[in-house]
Design a protein around this ligand. Structure first.
Ligand code: ZN
Length: 433
């Protein structure tokens, strides 16, 4: 075959033949890293190492070139005809949250090895190298407290990990700094301090990450595959307070009350209305108040609330929407504060821009889906992923979501193998581009 990407049938057929390997790897992973509830593969811990050993073993059996970088990310390369030109990279992470599911992260690495196995079985040599990377420490948020920016493995690979994080991130299991935990997993910490990049952006044509969708959107839309438009950015305020004044619940008339709970309720209702409005105009937004409380030591059944605390987690795939909602939140709080004689204090607010996935790759993915007969929709990613670091480093990056039942980061994560196969077909088509 001259150019495989022109033969959808050959792609479908070869992925079909490689699926038993994927099934074997999923079940080995579940068995070897199971914890009785779900799976546990701690970042730079024993479970993650087991997963890396398993993948390395599979790569050896396929006679792929195997390399590890200073951060112990694992690179498995199928050589192409032209070894000098820019190559493709695909991959995801192999760690999990505590008592997590078997598919978050692992699905992307196993999809990659499935594609490489399919190519090996048919003896087809791609035009360029295809490298599969198994990334370390993506779930660091669950395993390290203290100051760090998570996505440890991908940032280390790209020379974007700060030296201070090696000391300021503390392992929740051992109480030791990240540097020590990494050294225990065989990491060359000195190389990380020097921020030497193992992945040089100019050498890559693009990075494609397959991942399970972490919400119910594809399941509800009855579509197996999502093409990710952007990884949502957000607006976060962790310590917000609405201040009024305490008063006797029986004696204080409505007109003279400064009720923090009533004011905050009005604020929340207004924000939800604004959210609905933005959605109606086709905008992308999710708005969450995950904490909301009065102080039970001060408050009582018989007291008007003088203070209510809350937090804000607002996300969007579009920066201007985040700016719009930020302005709305502040303006609404000012109006309500005036009307009800209370005070809103949002504390420090952090706005992080969304990371758009490469528009050319997205378009090619949608065309490839049409060609392969795969039903797909474009959608934003609600959670952060390694792909955003590759994008920030200047590598054209894109993501394939596959339909997942029961959400993610829990033991009940589930995928259908036929959906996984569709995702792998799309991935193969893109990597042969
Ligand atoms: Zn993940």
């Amino acid at each position: 075959l001259a150019s495989w990407s022109d033969y959808p049938f050959a792609i479908s057929h070869s992925i079909e033949r490689a699926l038993p390997l994927a099934e074997h790897l999923f079940s080995e992973l579940r068995e070897r890293t199971g914890d009785g509830i779900g799976v546990t593969r701690a970042s730079y811990g024993p479970g993650e190492q087991i997963a890396h050993d398993l993948l390395s073993e599979a790569a050896r059996s396929l006679n792929l070139e195997i390399v590890q970088d200073a951060a112990r990310n694992l690179y498995m390369t199928l050589p192409g005809a032209d070894r000098q030109g820019p190559s493709w990279m695909t991959g995801s992470h192999l760690d999990s949250v505590p008592h997590g599911g078997n598919y978050d992260g692992a699905a992307g690495v196993i999809a990659g090895i499935t594609v490489l196995a399919a190519l090996r079985q048919t003896d087809f040599k791609p035009d360029r190298d295809i490298t599969l990377v198994a990334i370390r420490g993506e779930e660091a948020g669950s395993w390290f407290r203290g100051r760090h920016n998570s996505l440890l493995g991908s940032r280390a690979a790209l020379g974007r990990l700060d030296a201070e994080e090696l000391q300021s991130a503390i392992c929740v299991e051992t109480g030791t700094p990240l540097a020590e935990r990494m050294a225990g997993a065989g990491v060359n910490v000195d190389d990380l301090v020097n921020r030497r990049a193992a992945v040089v952006p100019a050498r890559y044509k693009g990075f494609i990450e397959l991942h399970i969708e972490q919400g119910p959107v594809l399941e509800q839309a009855r579509v197996p595959v999502g093409v990710v438009s952007a990884i949502r950015g957000g607006l976060w305020a962790r310590e917000c307070v609405c201040l009024g004044s305490y008063a006797h619940a029986g004696a204080e008339p409505r007109s003279s009350r400064r009720d923090a709970v009533m004011a905050l309720s009005e604020f929340i209702t207004a924000c939800e209305a604004k959210w609905i409005d933005i959605e109606k105009q086709g905008g992308d937004l999710v708005f969450t108040i995950g904490k909301l409380h009065t102080d039970s030591n001060v408050n009582a059944l018989t007291k008007v609330a003088g203070e209510a605390k809350f937090c804000l987690d607002i996300r969007s795939g579009d920066r201007s929407t985040l700016e719009e909602i930020q302005a709305y939140v502040q303006e609404k709080a000012r109006t309500i504060a005036g009307d009800r004689r209370v005070k809103f204090d949002f504390g420090p607010m952090t706005l992080i821009s969304p990371t758009e996935m490469n528009p050319v790759l997205r378009q090619e993915m949608l065309s490839a889906c049409a060609e392969l007969g795969i039903k797909a929709i474009q959608m934003p990613s609600g959670g952060g992923h390694d792909a955003e670091e590759f994008a920030k480093a200047g590598i054209p990056a894109s993501m394939i979501f596959i339909r997942n039942q029961n959400g993610s980061h829990n033991p009940d994560e589930a995928i259908r193998m036929e959906d996984f196969a569709q995702g792998a077909r799309l991935l193969m088509r893109m990597l042969l581009h």
